[in-house]
Structures are given as structure tokens and as C-alpha cells.
Design a protein around this ligand. Structure first.
Ligand code: SF4
Length: 364
């Protein structure tokens, strides 16, 4: 295996194409896009760049068969990032197509890998993360939430899977043999597969590329326990990272000056976007004559991934930038306005969602 990904660490993948083939990720193609009903903006713009066995989900949608979608919440921090937002957008897409939807609060994983107490995880998930997921579009009436520490079925699967993988295979996938990581990975496999315990069905897991080792491991244990459980190996789609505002590949909490979290204060948004790396030219005259380079621009990437819903509007920004009709100063101000609008809307919906958390049904 050429690239080794650490799902708990921070890393940069310089070239997404190198991931195709590694971790059994296949390219997300135009042909697949055309088979998906009403693809969302991340799919239409190929921010979703790869998949594993998406054909199985497309077939289930076409044949109106049952399938599920699942994602996790890592309650170790009081904010979420734009990568979480993309996961939720993709989760909502499949939910709207009829997927039975599960959201797992990974409190045990947070305890094992980040030393966050269970009570702290619970409080943070109830007060912020679950309402945030709802604020970003998840339908609470169609979503089954649960705490990892309370899901006995997933925990039992974790034990069943532990005899199906050797430490050398684990090391080849994760590059580490830390006990907390081994147990968290097997528990994640249990989380991903437990919805199939009573009725094996295809499942789709939307993730960032850093989570691909978990998908690989889960597919392997699903194959290896087929005679015991009959699980269908899960499918996955992978989205690109939101680049850091200095042009690095991924926003990271370790460099907060280049990272916008959700939510974020107005002053901080203004400063960070005004300082952002763009595809602009050195002088105004050059920009007017040569046009900008939106392909290199972190501001354009924010539009493309998060802030501009309609393709016509995005195309118009691209065209104006390329023609030199738009200059970076005014473009950044427009981006700030859109970002502030997004945050305001988010906070409003978050408050509303907090009021319904008491009424949610949690799986026990
Ligand atoms: Fe980026 Fe906008 Fe400048 Fe174009 S005009 S390079 S999109 S900031």
C-alpha cells in the first residue's frame, strides 16, 4: 500500500488521484453521477471524488430496495468543521432518497483516543453536535441517534471482529498498533455493520478520505464474518477536504488562523477571509488584463463547496474572475457576506434544533 492514512492524525494528501486505487477507492465518474437522482452540489462539482461500491447503492435506489446511511459524531470539541458539513450534506442526500439513517455519537472512541469523559461527550453531543446536524439539514424524525457506549449490539460485533484481523494486517492499514486505536476501529466496524444484524442490506457511509482505512477494515471484516452474519460490505463516498485559507490542503484546528469553524465569530471571519490566499494576480492591472485563477483560490473553493448553491451563480463568479471583471478585494467581501449569512442561518436553526433534542428517540 503506497499511502498510509492516519484517521486520527492530521495529514495532507497532495493528490486525490493517488488515493484512487489505494484503500480500494474508485473514481467518482460522470457515468455514476448521471445515475444518481438529483445529485447534490458536492457530487455535481466533483467535490465528491471517489467511492467504494457506490453501484450497490445506486442499484438499491433504482430497485426501491432498503438501504441505510450512517455517520458518526466525534464529540471532542465544541464546534464542527466544514468537513462535517459535507458529510451531513451527503448523509441528507441519501436520507432524502429513503435511506434508513443512523448517527452514532462516538463517545467511547472519544474516550479511548482523545481522553474525553463519557459525560462530557454526552453533554456536548446533546447541547451542540446533534442540534448542529439537524440545523445543517438532517431530518430528526427520520434519523436514529445513539451513543456508542449504549449500543450493545455494535460492541458485541467489535468482539466478534477482533478474531478476524491480525495485528500485521491492522498495522498495514493504520500504521499503528496502539490498543486504543485497534479497539476504536473494530468498534467503528461494529457501528457501521450493526444496522444489518436483523436484515442484511446495503449501507452507504459518506466520509472524508482520512476515514478510508475504517471503510477498508469494515469491508474486510464483513467478508470474513459472512458465514456468521451475512453482512453486505458497506459502500462509501469520499469528499475532498476544504482547503485551509493559506492554500494548504485541509483546514486544521492546529492552524486556527487559516481555519473557519462552525460557528465562528464575525470579526474572525472577516479577518480570515480578507487574509485568505487567492488566485489573484500581483497587481490590479494584471488581474484586469489576465484574469484571476479560481482553480488555485481558497475563496472560490469556499463558494464551490459551501456558499453557492446554484451552479449558474458559481459559473458566473468563475467567468467574471477569469475575465478580470471581478477583483479579489470585492470578491472577498462578497464571500464574507455569504459566510456571515450562512453562520447566522446556522445559529438560528441550531437554537430551534436544541429545543427538540429532548424529544428525539435514542437507540438503546
Ligand atoms: Fe479568487 Fe475571487 Fe480573486 Fe477570483 S476574484 S482569484 S475567485 S478571490
Amino acid at each position: 500500500m503506497g499511502i498510509l492514512i492516519d484517521p486520527w492524525g492530521s495529514f495532507l494528501i497532495k493528490d486525490y488521484e493517488r488515493l484512487i486505487g489505494e484503500y480500494r477507492i474508485e473514481p467518482f465518474t460522470k457515468e455514476l453521477l448521471e445515475k444518481l437522482p438529483n445529485p447534490n452540489k458536492l457530487m455535481r462539482r466533483f467535490v465528491v471524488f471517489g467511492h467504494t461500491d457506490l453501484q450497490r447503492i445506486i442499484k438499491a435506489i433504482e430497485n426501491k430496495e432498503k438501504f441505510y446511511a450512517l455517520s458518526g459524531i466525534m464529540p471532542s470539541y465544541d464546534k464542527i468543521h466544514f468537513g462535517n458539513k459535507m458529510v451531513i450534506e451527503n448523509l441528507c442526500y441519501f436520507q432524502n432518497l429513503g435511506a434508513k439513517t443512523f448517527v452514532c455519537v462516538a463517545d467511547l472512541e472519544a474516550l479511548a483516543t482523545r481522553k474525553v469523559k463519557l459525560e462530557e461527550s454526552r453533554e456536548r453531543a446533546l447541547n451542540f453536535h446533534i442540534p448542529a446536524y439537524i440545523a445543517l439539514g438532517l431530518d430528526p424524525k427520520k434519523t436514529i441517534f445513539y451513543f456508542q457506549s449504549e449500543n450493545e449490539k455494535a460492541k458485541n460485533l467489535c468482539f466478534a471482529f477482533s478474531s478476524k484481523i491480525t495485528t500485521s494486517e491492522f498495522k498495514a492499514i493504520y500504521g499503528s498498533l496502539e490498543a486504543s486505536r485497534i479497539i476504536s476501529s473494530l468498534l467503528q466496524a461494529g457501528d457501521i455493520l450493526f444496522p444489518q444484524l436483523e436484515n442484511p442490506m446495503p449501507g452507504i457511509i459518506p466520509v472524508g478520505p482520512d476515514q478510508s482505512p475504517h471503510i477498508l477494515l469494515t469491508r474486510d471484516v464483513a467478508h470474513r464474518t459472512k458465514s456468521m452474519f451475512g453482512f453486505i460490505p458497506p459502500s462509501a463516498i469520499y469528499h475532498k477536504f476544504t482547503p485551509a485559507l493559506n492554500g494548504e490542503l485541509k483546514m486544521s484546528k492546529s492552524k486556527p488562523q487559516y481555519c473557519i469553524s462552525i460557528p465562528e465569530e464575525e470579526d474572525s471571519i472577516r479577518k480570515k477571509i480578507m487574509d485568505a490566499f487567492t488566485g489573484g494576480r500581483f497587481t490590479l492591472r494584471e488581474q484586469r488584463e489576465l484574469g484571476g485563477e479560481p482553480e488555485k483560490c481558497t475563496v472560490f473553493e469556499l463558494y464551490k463547496q459551501h456558499l453557492v448553491e446554484y451552479d449558474e451563480e458559481l459559473n458566473e463568479i468563475y467567468r467574471k474572475c477569469k475575465n478580470g471583471e471581478l477583483i479579489c478585494g470585492e470578491c472577498k467581501l462578497m464571500c464574507i457576506e455569504k459566510m456571515l449569512k450562512f453562520m447566522k442561518n446556522f445559529e438560528k436553526k441550531l437554537e430551534k434544533a436544541r429545543k427538540i433534542v429532548d424529544r428525539l428517540k435514542f437507540l438503546k
